[in-house]
Design a protein around this ligand. Structure first.
Ligand code: AMP
Ligand code: MG
Length: 517
């Protein structure tokens, strides 16, 4: 313990040494205009901009796990000032990135970091370079008509889910701190014409890069080919060393496919898979109106804005990722031959299909994929409302012999409809136990490593939000501790594994969310 603690430095101390780097700013074309008003920017990858100070920054939460990776100690008052955007430390060169994107299938033109500001990069204890980025830090030239701020509820959701995803083993941006601003933010949460003030907050997000598909798209769309090439060269040099342009694109396709398998295997629904919300590193980025499948339903979306079209529902995610990769391919046509880009899209499909077959086999505790068995289960599950997470977790406990009732008993916790017949599921379970019997007792332990017991269910998020808004951080802190070990039983926290209670079915924030954040 002492040795590790010794290596830790305070954020403010980094400023004294050669602590901060700014490779994005150093290597890429800057917006020559420094005016902080909404405007179209050209021939640039970013605009230099500082956070707008807030009234009373207060540390609400901190990720010890990430702090340790970065070699940072818990922040004192001065560091909290920096994490709230009130102080730019020496050596930091803050910027907002320029990007565009396809939103809900349509080209939306320039978007950009409208409320996110990267402060600087630091070198983590594992040698990796990590950007520190504040979300909700004030207006930038990319804010369009919005205020550059974020509310506490959405910031808490991003902070906690980033870390929960990391502990689940999913590639993701991370979150270091949650800082209350002491300032209200006006939001119309239900889009019903009743805006009201809510507490504001800022998350410090951390990732090797926050570059999205849309950073390339905006340059290609405006025919800024020199900047496009420089951005590609930078991303390859920093994050895909040794790759040709074509190899790099294919690697992005491969990583994105594996990311989709992770989301699908865990029942995670991102909710807004616009091309500006897909990371060039293949990590989960931009936690907004996301959610976790409760009752298994491929058409389910947590995003009320998407309730009509269901473009970003659970079952569409793999197809949408490929559509987004095709838009990225169009942007990269000036750099990469068409055939190579098409190869990448095929690689995406092959990688996804193969890895998804394997993931389903692992979830079922099978030594090799059995597509028919997996498909029939998913069909049976969609018949009566069954909790996706709990079903797979409890499947490990199904006895290999016994009556229908004995087979169903461990799974009861997953059923939202108490007295449903489950005939189809029982028939499936009979086939299943025959199939897994030869594998013996090792099955359960293997399954528990891939089927989490604890996920960041929307109603749990809402409970943490309600408590924190009332000044109580203990709900959040307990959840953070439990979600750091999502595959462990932790019997003392059993109630945090429970399926969504009925009171939460239609409560705002507990089942569906608007984009208002
Ligand atoms: P999102 O759908 O949350 O990914 O946001 C789409 C775009 O809108 C991004 O460019 C964001 O930076 C921007 N944006 C969202 N909310 C705000 C806000 N409150 N202030 C400024 N820009 C915002
Ligand atoms: Mg976004």
């Amino acid at each position: 313990m002492r040795a590790a603690a010794k290596r830790r430095a305070a954020l403010v101390d980094l400023a004294a040494g050669a602590g901060f780097e700014n490779s994005f700013v150093r290597d890429l074309p800057a917006d020559p205009v420094l005016l902080n008003v909404p405007r179209q920017v050209s021939n640039a990858c970013y605009t230099r901009i500082e956070p707008t100070p807030v009234a009373a920054p207060k540390l609400l939460a901190w990720s010890d796990a990430l702090g340790e990776l970065l070699g940072l100690s818990r922040p004192g008052a001065q560091a909290v000032e920096a994490l709230g955007g009130n102080r730019v430390l020496p050596g930091m060169q803050p910027y907002a990135a320029r990007y565009g994107g396809h939103q809900f299938g349509h080209w939306a033109g320039q978007l950009g970091d409208g409320r996110a500001i990267t402060l600087a990069e630091i070198i983590a204890t594992d040698g990796s370079r990590q950007e520190l980025q504040l979300k909700g830090a004030g207006k930038t030239p990319y804010s369009r008509t919005a205020d550059g701020r974020a509310v506490l509820r959405s910031s808490l959701r991003e902070f906690m889910c980033s870390e929960a995803m990391f502990h689940l083993g999913v590639p993701t941006t991370r979150a270091l701190s949650l800082v209350g601003t002491g300032e209200p933010v006006i939001r119309d949460m239900f889009y019903d014409g009743h805006p009201r003030p809510e507490p504001g907050a800022i998350v410090c997000r951390v990732a090797p890069s926050f570059v999205r598909f849309g950073n390339f798209q905006i340059l290609a769309a405006n025919n800024e080919l020199d900047a496009l090439k420089r951005l590609a060269d930078y991303v390859i040099r920093e994050h895909f060393a040794g790759h040709s342009y074509a190899d790099w694109y294919q690697e992005v396709c491969r990583r994105t496919a594996l990311l989709m398998v992770d989301w699908m295997r865990l029942g995670f629904v991102h909710g807004v898979m616009n091309t500006d919300n897909l990371s060039i590193l293949g990590v989960t980025i931009d936690y907004g109106p996301y959610g976790w499948l409760e009752g298994y339903d491929p058409m389910w979306t947590p995003n009320t804005t998407d309730a009509q079209g269901r473009r970003y529902c659970y079952g569409n995610q793999p197809g949408i990722a490929q559509w987004n990769l095709a838009r990225l391919a169009e942007a990269l046509l000036p750099l990469i031959e068409r055939e190579k880009l098409e190869e990448g899209l095929n690689l995406y499909a092959d990688t996804f299909n193969e890895a998804w077959r394997r993931a389903l086999a692992q979830k079922l505790g099978l030594a090799s994929p059995d597509e028919e068995l997996a498909r029939d289960l998913l069909e049976a599950l969609s018949e009566t409302e069954t909790d996706f997470t709990l079903f797979f977790r409890k499947l490990a406990a199904v006895p290999l012999n016994g009556s229908d009732e004995a087979l169903l008993a461990p799974l009861r916790a997953a059923f939202y409809v108490e007295d449903a017949a489950h005939e189809r599921l029982v028939a499936w379970l009979r086939r299943y136990v025959e199939r897994v019997r030869p594998g013996g007792a090792a099955r359960a332990a293997q399954m528990d490593k891939v089927n989490p017991k604890y996920v960041f269910r929307n109603y749990l998020a809402q409970q943490a939000i309600d408590a924190l808004e009332a000044g109580d951080a203990s709900v959040l802190e307990r959840l953070m501790r439990v979600l750091a070990r999502p595959y462990d039983e932790q019997p003392e926290h059993e109630e945090l594994a429970a399926r969504r209670p009925e009171w939460a079915r239609h409560k705002a924030g507990c089942s569906a969310l608007s984009c208002s954040s």
